[in-house]
Write a protein that binds this ligand. Structure first.
Ligand code: HEM
Length: 384
């Protein structure tokens, strides 16, 4: 069993084998209690592009998050209001904006990481990534200088909330909603204060100058917090482990390595939609109220094992970031973070020393991935 399979099984011991088995039953399968499951990339893309399938109806992500985040936070919106909010948020994610955010927040932690690897230390990359992805989102939601403890605490809060969701979840229970609200209220409070301060050098201050209301800015901060932390933090250790396991050494095209590792790992393995109008998904007829489970991981795995020389056909293109109106708005930020960390790790030609999967999390991840620089190891061996 390869290490990626171990990660999936540790996160979802029952759902992972079930979802993977459904891929063998056909591109679109109706499963009682779960929904209409799609395992084919072209069909999934067609669903994502079609307004009959929404994120704000029964069984959709909106159903899960609206009681916690409120009704207007991108990931539970549709139609004109959604398009208008995305348009106003777009300037936050231009290449220049994300480059300055990432270099501003990560220069210190990356310098420290590089120094530790250079000294030959064994580093837990999973922990480092929780820290770094947490620090980026802390800055996005309006925290100024954050300590490592703050960034880790924020990450742990997010993980606790996101892990409340499982494949069978149709909604959160009252206790889960109370816990999630406590966490999101804290995030919202920080975001609201930064919005009020209105400093254009901060993301929240910029939201104000871009014309977002205080409630919209607060909602966007909550959405970024839920979607933008674990996704990035879980991916980078998986990328490094894949390179290690595949015997791939630095020197190739980093962009290609990252895209292929994103395909193979598919950090968010499933997307959900609610059917709003009678329609068809592939050959299966669906009616309003049905839930469509896009098994992105099945769609992407159909193209074979991790292989950085693989070209991605059009139907597959960046499906791991979604497609259509809800395509990941944080994509440029995610890539900037991933590249910044990967460049440091590749420069040190790191190898994996030990690893441990995270259990019962929503997004498969390493709890620990201990790495070391090969260069320092060779130096040590030469000295012995
Ligand atoms: C490797 C990292 C990431 C992956 C794989 C990823 C994946 C995705 C996917 C698949 C969707 C579409 C979901 C759907 O259509 O149901 C999405 C949407 C979204 N992502 Fe990301 N994401 C990543 C990083 C980020 C980051 C860093 C942010 C921070 C701002 C972010 C913010 C969002 C938001 C706000 C949405 C909702 C957009 C909308 O509904 O209009 N994501 N992401």
């Amino acid at each position: 069993m390869n290490h990626e399979t171990r990660l999936h099984l540790a996160a979802h011991p029952l759902a992972y084998p079930l979802v993977r088995a459904l891929a063998r039953l056909g591109p679109v399968v109706r499963v009682p209690g779960i929904g209409v499951v799609v395992s084919d990339a072209a069909t999934a893309r067609a669903v994502l592009m079609d307004q009959a399938f929404r994120k704000d109806g029964p069984g959709s992500p909106g159903d899960l998050w609206t009681p916690v985040l409120g009704p207007s936070v991108l990931l539970n919106m549709e139609g004109e209001a959604h398009t208008a909010l995305r348009r106003r948020l777009a300037p936050l994610f231009t290449p220049d904006a994300v480059a300055s955010l990432v270099s501003g927040v990560l220069a210190g932690p990356l310098g420290e990481l590089s120094a530790r690897l250079g000294r030959g230390e064994t580093v837990d990359l999973a922990d480092e990534m929780r820290l770094m992805a947490g620090a980026v989102i802390c800055r996005v939601i309006g925290m100024g200088e954050v300590s490592a403890a703050d960034a880790r605490a924020l990450f742990a809060d997010g993980e606790r909330v996101v892990s409340m969701v499982s494949l069978r979840s149709r909604g959160l229970g009252p206790r889960q909603i109370a816990v999630a609200r406590r966490v999101l209220d804290r995030v919202g409070g920080i975001a609201a204060a930064a919005y009020e301060a209105g400093d254009e050098a901060t993301v929240m201050g910029r939201m104000r100058s871009l014309g977002l209301s205080a409630a919209e800015a607060r909602g966007a901060a909550g959405a970024f917090f839920l979607t933008g932390t674990e996704t990035v933090a879980s991916f980078v250790p998986r990328l490094v482990a894949l390179l290690h396991d595949g015997g791939i050494r630095p020197g190739g095209d980093l962009g290609r390595l990252v895209e292929e590792a994103l395909r193979y790992t598919t950090p968010t393995p499933v997307m959900l939609r609610s059917v709003a109008a009678p329609s068809r998904v592939g050959r299966v007829a669906v009616r309003p109220g049905d839930r469509v489970v896009l098994a992105t991981l099945n769609c992407t795995r159909a193209y074979g094992p991790f292989d950085p020389s693989r070209r991605h056909p059009p139907e597959l293109r960046r499906l791991w970031f979604g497609a259509g109106p809800h395509f990941c708005i944080g994509y440029p930020l995610a890539l900037a973070e991933i590249r910044a960390v990967a460049e440091v790790l590749l420069a040190h030609d790191v190898r994996v020393v030990r690893r441990r999967p995270a259990r019962r999390v929503l997004l498969p991840a390493y709890r620990h991935l201990w790495i070391k620089s090969r260069a320092s190891g060779e130096g040590e061996r030469r000295r012995q």
